[in-house]
Design a protein around this ligand. Structure first.
Ligand code: AKG
Length: 284
C-alpha cells in the first residue's frame, strides 16, 4: 500500500503499522467494554450500524452535488469522484456548500438519533448521555493531499468536561487508501511532555493544537505504531479524548466520507464551542 498523510508519505511497514483490535459491540457486559476502552484508548466495533442505512446517508449527501462531480454512470451512494470539482462550489463545509446544509438536515439528524449510538455511549460513560450539537462531516477526494494531522480531541475541547467520548463513523467503506483514521498505539497513556517537541514540526505554524502532520516522524519519535483497519460501512470507532489519532490521504476514486460526534454525561458542562452546529469556518 502506498500511504501518505497531508502529502507526506509513510511506508506501510510492520514497524510503523499494526492492526486495530476489533470488539463485539453486543458484549453483554458493559463493564468489560468500558474496561477495554480504557485499556486500549479506543474500541473498534465492526457492524454496529445497518450497512444499507449508512450507504443511504452517503447517497443522500453525494446527491446534493452539481452534476459532473460524481463519475459518469456511478450511483451517488458509491461516491466516486469524477476528478472534476464543479466551478463555483463554495469552500468545503461553509454556508452554501452541501456539507453545511447536510449537517443541518433532517436525514442527518435522524441517522444520528440512532439508539445504538446513544446506548453505546451511555454504557461506556456509565449513565445518561447527550450528543453535542457540533457534529462534523468530513469529506475528502483524491488529489487534495489533505488529512487530519496527529492530534488528540481534548486539545480542541479543553474548556469543558474531560468526561467525553468520540464516535467516528465511516459513511461508506473506508480502507486506508480511502483516508481511514489511524490511532497511535497506547498513546492515551503518554504524558503531554513526551510529544511536546513534535508540535514544532508543523505545516500549520500558529496553531499549537495539531501535534504533527508527519505520521512517520510521530511514530518514530514516540516509538509506537499506527493502528489501522479496513473499515466498512456500518462500523463505529469509539475513542478517548486523550488518544493520538490522524487520518491518511484519500487516493482512491471512492471518496472518503465520515461523521464524528461527541457524547458527554448529562449534567456535565461541555466546551461551549461544541454547542452549535458545525461549520468548517467556525474556528473550533
Ligand atoms: O475523520 C478525521 O479525519 C478526523 C476525525 C477525528 O479526529 C475524530 O473523530 O476525532
Amino acid at each position: 500500500m502506498n500511504l501518505s498523510s497531508n502529502d507526506v508519505p509513510i511506508p506501510f511497514s510492520p514497524e510503523l503499522f499494526g492492526p486495530l483490535r476489533p470488539s463485539a459491540y453486543q458484549l453483554s457486559d458493559p463493564a468489560a467494554l468500558r474496561e477495554r476502552l480504557h485499556s486500549d484508548g479506543y474500541l473498534y466495533l465492526p457492524g454496529v450500524l445497518d450497512r444499507e442505512e449508512v450507504l443511504r446517508l452517503r447517497g443522500g449527501y453525494f446527491s446534493q452535488f452539481p452534476s459532473g462531480y460524481l463519475a459518469a454512470g456511478s450511483r451517488s451512494e458509491e461516491g466516486v469522484f469524477s476528478g472534476r470539482v464543479p466551478q463555483g462550489l463554495p469552500a468545503y463545509g461553509v454556508a452554501g456548500h452541501p456539507a453545511h446544509s447536510f449537517v443541518r438536515s433532517a436525514a442527518f439528524h435522524r441517522f444520528l438519533n440512532n439508539p445504538r449510538l446513544s446506548g453505546l455511549a451511555g454504557n461506556l460513560l456509565g449513565g445518561s448521555v447527550e450528543m453535542l450539537p457540533r457534529r462534523i462531516l468530513r469529506h475528502f477526494h483524491r488529489g487534495l493531499g489533505l488529512a487530519s494531522r496527529a492530534h488528540l480531541d481534548f486539545d480542541y475541547m479543553n474548556e469543558g468536561s474531560s468526561r467525553v467520548l468520540t464516535l467516528w463513523i465511516p459513511v461508506g467503506d473506508c480502507p486506508p487508501q480511502t483516508g481511514a483514521l489511524v490511532y497511535l498505539e497506547d498513546s492515551h497513556r503518554l504524558r503531554p511532555e513526551e510529544y511536546a517537541a513534535l508540535r514544532d514540526t508543523t505545516d500549520r505554524p500558529g496553531d499549537r493544537r495539531p501535534i504533527c502532520h508527519d505520521l512517520e516522524l510521530t511514530a518514530r519519535h514516540l516509538g509506537r505504531r499506527w493502528l489501522w483497519a479496513d473499515f466498512a460501512a456500518g462500523d463505529v470507532m469509539v475513542h478517548l479524548p486523550q488518544i493520538i489519532h490522524a487520518s491518511l490521504d484519500t487516493t482512491t476514486n471512492a471518496m472518503r466520507l465520515s461523521v464524528d460526534v461527541r457524547f458527554v454525561r448529562s449534567g456535565d458542562t461541555p466546551d461551549r464551542r461544541w454547542l452549535r452546529s458545525w461549520s468548517a469556518d467556525d474556528g473550533a
